[in-house]
Design a protein. Structure first.
Length: 314
């Protein structure tokens, strides 16, 4: 067609089209050849051919692609609509930016429930207002039972440190903030990695893992150092404890924060490697893992730096 013919075609069909801002050029077999914006069509001379003003090799999606992949393309290339092609590159429809927003909203809701450990085994979401009570119980009790196992192991280890705690009772006051900091840092890191995976910014090879770790570890170390210094200063003025205990608390906070960042990065990659949705590694699970690791780190520093004091006390 020339431009005049194309404009006449647009006028005749515009009333029952969802969008006309981007027009799609196809050949006689319906295969997509290019796109032309309505603005370019209006600005061109009537005698110019559409072929001369269209953009060739447009971004497109396959009909069998997951919807979220099309959403990523729309976001990446800032498109108002994305053409959808069949196996023979024939244009069979479009996905508009409104469609993409609906798909993304549904995906976000799914990630939220999975990240909280409230997705059913068959992948359906729980709705607090309409889901059967038995189903809500069955889905949630699995995660809580799993976290309880971590909690029992952690509490058993802490209970075994009775002699240490009896001599330096103030150590017990810092168990919760130290292990919580590792869990919180891990949850932050995992959230950033899952977001990057959802946006297609990272893949799942060793190169991507190394790239993310190379960026996360320095940040986690800086966060750990900052929080460790803050914790030590607050502990000194609020509890008036000695420098040896402050050193144990500060080093434990630093190491747990760094380990939390590393584990938060690695777990989503591990989940994808074994074929599990990374979002199923919920925030409570990461927190429970860091609780266990945190008490090991904390009491290891305590025995290393306060062991001589315990021997003298004995």
């Amino acid at each position: 067609m020339d431009v005049a013919e194309a404009l006449a075609c647009v006028r005749s069909e515009a009333s029952d089209r969802e969008t006309i801002y981007t027009l799609y050029v196809v050949d006689q077999r319906g295969r997509l050849c290019g796109t032309v914006s309505l603005r370019d069509l209006l600005m061109a001379g009537d005698g110019a051919s559409v072929d001369s003003i269209m953009c060739r090799n447009p971004v497109s999606a396959g009909a069998d692609w997951p919807g979220i992949r099309a959403v990523e393309l729309i976001r990446r290339y800032d498109l108002l609509a994305l053409p959808v092609l069949d196996e023979e590159d024939r244009l069979i429809g479009i996905i508009t930016v409104d469609d993409a927003m609906d798909i993304e909203k549904e995906q976000d809701a799914t990630r939220i429930v999975r990240f909280g450990g409230t997705a059913a085994e068959e992948g359906t979401e729980l709705d607090i207002l309409v889901s059967p009570l038995g189903k809500m119980f069955g889905v949630r009790v699995f995660w809580l039972a799993l976290l309880t196992l971590f909690g029992v192991v952690t509490s058993t280890f802490v209970a075994a440190q009775e002699e240490m705690l009896s001599h330096v009772i103030v150590l017990a006051a810092f168990i919760a903030p130290i292990v919580d900091m590792g869990g919180n840092t891990g949850s932050q890191s995992a959230t950033l990695v899952i977001r990057a995976m959802a946006l297609g910014d990272v893949n799942f090879g060793l190169r991507d893992i190394w790239l993310v770790l190379r960026r996360e570890v320095p940040v986690a170390a800086a966060l750990g150092l900052c929080i460790a210094l803050l914790e030590a200063v607050l502990a000194f003025f609020s509890k008036h404890i000695g420098m040896d205990v402050l050193l144990v608390v500060g080093l434990s906070m630093l190491v747990c924060t760094v380990l939390g960042g590393i584990i938060g990065v690695l777990l989503p990659f591990l989940a994808r490697r074994v074929g599990t949705d990374p979002a199923t590694l919920s925030s409570p699970l990461i927190t429970s893992i860091m609780d266990l690791i945190g008490v090991f780190v904390y009491f290891s520093f305590a025995y290393a730096l306060l062991g001589s004091s315990l021997l003298q006390a004995g």
